[in-house]
Design a protein around this ligand. Sequence first.
Ligand code: DLL
Length: 426
Amino acid sequence: MGSTESLARDDLRAKQLQRLRETVADAAENVPFYRRKFDDAGVSPSEIDSIEAIEDLPFTTKEDFRAEYPDGLFAVDTADIRRIHASSGTTGKPKIVGYTERDLDLWHEVMARSLAAAGLDDTDTVQNAYGYGLFTGGLGFHGGAEELGAAVIPTSSGNTRRQVELARDLGSDALCCTPSYALYVAETAEEMGIDPTSLPLSTVLYGAEPCTEPMREAIENRLGVAGIENYGLSEIIGPGVAVECREAQDGLHVWEDHFYPEIIDPATGEALPEGEDGELVLTTLSKEALPVLRYRTGDLTSLTYEECACGRTMARMDGVTGRADDLLVVRGVNCYPSQIEAAVLEFDSVAPYYRIDLDREDGLDTLALTVELAADYDGDREALREEIRERLHNTLSFAPDELELVAYGSIERTEVGKVTRVYDHR
Ligand code: DLL
């Protein structure tokens, strides 16, 4: 582990303050958008004399990225840009993000750190099944694995049978992909008559979409690996913002020397105390092309500053339980898809595949839940349905309008990109 990762918190805060001041000054000088925002909020960059003063700065939002499309938030000239990525917004314009040479170095550094925290080193072979292209997953993991000195197999996503063959034949130690795709790789190996636990893989670095504990267990058991979670987003840098350590697997260490995290109440914007669930807000502390101040990620989680068993002093965020805009309201009861997932996947008799369909009938919202049965399930379906219904009622205080159990393999699998679990037909 690099010494920065176990820096005394006072020293870390001094570094954060210095970098925050530089970033704010840079944004005010080079990005008209921030200059306007600071003027409107009546703040002057020179007033930032403590890290807490960050709370006086205005937030940046997804809408700001869209309004400033394509490059209104860039702080450097086009000539200094070395790479452009974009996030795949489902609606509207994509969010365009740019990197200078130094930003790419930074990205590779935080990704190499992330891979090392996951237990990898320069002797490992890393199969990177995140999509290459505008999505930051592919090239982000690629750059980090190269920086670490590992051998990278840039398979990108899809072509799953070939993924299985290459993992087996090239002795891949680690697979990088979304959690849903990791399970699909296991399933495909089984279809090919290959026991997934016999593959040489010992680590899966998953991320880019939510993953509940039962889902992680399914990945770990089916592939015989340690599942290590990664978190990041294009607007901040891509993957490489936070990662679990192999030693504890107990929360994701945020690389706080470069990305400053806060948790706010999504309704009021007020800061929340350590340990409380709220919306994650991130500030970049050393980006050149695209400095981002107090970005409202929309991701719901909590932070702890307790030192980790691994010795790292950097804050840990909990797994993302959902997005502020994912909230489902079922007859007045609020819940997140991940809560439904956690409740349902606790049953050994179901497979980790489900979908939620939202509809509107006679002016009322309805929710239909479809869950796959485990491949070897031959018990009483009606009794199982009742058990699941009861569990949802006891843990989340609601029952879906329809709950269907379907045969193993009936729900469509996602081979490329992020999985869709909620289909809104309203
Ligand atoms: O998904 C970057 C990434 C690639 C992270 C590979 C990890 C691994 P975007 O496409 O911009 O970037 O999407 C960012 O994905 O705001 C979260 O809502 C979600 N997300 C990312 N990681 C996780 C995670 C990449 N570990 C958006 N758990 C974020 C839950 C995640 N959601």
